[in-house]
Write a protein of this length. Structure first.
Length: 213
């Protein structure tokens, strides 16, 4: 865990979902790879060819943008796959309950947070698979609102998405804490907007967050 900033008057915690509210390497890999395999079928090439094409693009993007990373959704737009099409893929291809289980420890931690803070999930997946993920780990009632790829049709990082999170929870940016596993995607813009930020390596760090806020 790396704490960049904790707001003095914290009202809202903005959680990324994947590899933040759960730790499951198999599902983290499958979320991306199932889309790449589907893309390969459409293109009539092998999955290995598509994996290399996407990896090469993202590597070059990072080199050309001072090391910054690009989301898969934004990457695919460079290959003619619109955000709208990405939404359809994810809604039909992702099935979190096949990989994830109820997390009693996370439920306990977020139950305590819910007594003091508003919580909202912001994800680059559409709302439907995101809700299924929260449902699978047992926190869909504790994190009742989700801003997904199909909410604003924008992939993180997006100022519009973060402004909407503030609006939905009735908080100013400086009263929000963004928690996620990718600095460039989840934290960089949030910090720029005056929010707090905590970089985690998985749900184990989220368990410990109660010791710092």
């Amino acid at each position: 865990m790396k704490i960049y900033k904790i707001p003095e008057n914290l009202k809202t915690i903005i959680f990324d979902i994947d590899s933040t509210l759960y730790s499951n390497d198999k599902y983290a890999f499958e979320q991306v790879d199932v889309q790449l395999r589907h893309f390969a079928e459409i293109k009539g090439v092998t999955a290995s060819e598509i994996r290399k094409m996407i990896e090469d693009f993202r590597t070059n993007y990072s080199k050309e943008h001072d090391g910054k990373k690009i989301s898969l959704g934004n990457t695919l737009t460079h290959f003619g796959i619109s955000i709208e099409e990405s939404i359809k893929w994810r809604e039909t291809l992702l099935e979190p309950k096949d990989f994830l289980d109820r997390d009693e420890k996370l439920i306990q931690v977020l139950t305590e947070f819910s007594k003091k803070y508003r919580m909202i999930a912001v994800t680059n997946n559409p709302v439907l698979p995101a809700f299924k993920t929260l449902q699978a780990i047992g926190i869909e009632k504790l994190v009742p609102d989700i801003i997904g790829l199909d909410t604003c049709h924008k992939s993180k990082p997006s100022r519009q998405v973060l402004e909407l999170a503030c609006e939905k929870t009735g908080a100013k940016p400086e009263e929000c804490l963004s928690v996620g596993d990718r600095y460039d995607i989840d934290l960089s813009l949030a910090l720029e907007m005056g929010m707090g930020g905590v970089l985690v390596t998985g749900v184990e760090d989220v368990y410990k967050l109660k010791d710092f806020i």
